[in-house]
Design a protein around this ligand. Structure first.
Ligand code: SAM
Length: 275
């Protein structure tokens, strides 16, 4: 069987009884035009290994293969989907490998040295945790095209002094160039979620350009945004004995709040964290 001969996704869902499970964040995409648009946002896939988290019934997985991906590794936690995906594995001519398990435990290290692209319609309940885990291992990744709830996408790409600017914005933008590509309406999913979603592109900066420690940046953002209404001289007390001295050394106004600082300011502050 070839990719073109596969039965429609609705038939796959019916045949394998893939009633959506809420606890696994199952909102499936059945429109091949949309899944192809997401796959193509990943650029040339012909020399890449693509990691997809949560292939579900395989809509985006089919699109990744049709878009010319050299190799697709898909990690899925629902055994029913693993069974439903077997015919796609057969049609993929050896390009698709399935892993049954929790993507939160999946280490990128085992995928080797090839350029790795992560393209996924993420389960919303663990989307941000997966993202932080990948940014921690960003040295292995050449790009990511990921679906989030629109509100999360806005936090990822937010600028200083905006309501959405917070820990997630700083950690993401410090490690990668982040850009919202397009919104996806709830009606595109089966079942429909309550809110609009967005596709976000991440291009990690080369590891050689990263001199700061991930844990230190996490500690600074946690202290600063943990009490975001407080001035820095006070919110940073949970992390530094004499925050005013450090702020002065960095030429930062101690009366400012976390939302006033640029990404580069958080990075400079992170060098003062004792690890
Ligand atoms: N890719 C499919 C699509 O676009 O139609 C399904 C996307 S659905 C939003 C999320 C998928 O992630 C589901 O198939 C779900 O079973 C799977 N999933 C949920 N939690 C997971 C986990 N911890 N590890 C791996 N897969 C998970």
């Amino acid at each position: 069987m070839t990719l073109e001969d596969l039965p429609p996704l609705r038939e796959v869902i019916a045949a394998y009884g893939l009633a959506a499970k809420k606890n696994l964040g199952q909102n499936f995409l059945l429109d091949l035009n949309l899944t192809l648009k997401i796959a193509r946002a990943g650029g040339d896939l012909s020399s890449a290994t693509v990691l997809e988290v949560g292939p579900g019934p395989g809509g985006l997985t089919r699109a990744l293969l049709l878009a010319g991906a050299r190799r697709v590794i898909a990690v899925e936690r629902d055994q029913r989907c693993i069974k439903a995906l077997q015919s796609l594995v057969g049609a993929s001519e050896g390009k698709l490998t399935l892993h049954y398990g929790d993507a939160l435990d999946f280490s990128l290290e085992i995928l080797g040295e090839e350029p790795l692209k992560i393209i996924a319609n993420l389960p919303y309940n663990i989307g941000a945790s997966l993202l932080i885990g990948w940014l921690r291992q960003a040295g292995y990744i050449s790009s990511m095209i990921l679906m989030f709830q629109k509100e999360v996408a806005e936090r990822i790409t937010a600028s200083p002094r905006s309501k959405a600017y917070g820990r997630l914005s700083v950690i993401c933008q410090a490690r990668a160039k982040c850009r919202k590509l397009f919104d996806v309406s709830p009606s595109a999913f089966t079942p429909s979620p309550k809110v609009t979603s967005s596709i976000v592109e991440f291009i990690p900066y080369p590891s050689t350009e990263i001199s700061w420690k991930f844990e230190s940046l996490e500690a600074v953002t946690q202290a600063a945004f943990g009490q975001r209404r407080k001035m820095l001289r006070s919110s940073l007390k949970s992390l530094f004995l004499f925050p005013e001295k450090i702020l002065q050394e960095l030429d930062l106004d101690p009366q400012k709040r976390a939302e006033d600082l640029a990404i580069s300011d958080f990075i400079r502050l992170s060098f003062f964290v004792k690890t």
